[in-house]
Design a protein around this ligand. Structure first.
Ligand SMILES: [Zn+2]
Length: 49
């Protein structure tokens, strides 16, 4: 899967956990990578989705 903001590929751990975070918008889950999560606040992330 890819970051919803920067489209970078998001790796998964062997436990199927993503190396990123989920952001919920319009009752849909979007995946955001750590880099974007660091750069942007939650409100900014949601605004960009
Ligand atoms: Zn990203």
């Amino acid at each position: 899967m890819n970051c919803a903001i920067c489209k970078a590929k998001i790796e998964q751990t062997f436990l199927n956990k993503i190396l990123g975070t989920y952001v919920k918008k319009d009752s849909k889950r979007h995946v955001v990578c750590f880099a974007c999560q660091k750069k942007l606040s939650y409100e900014e992330l949601v605004a960009k989705l």
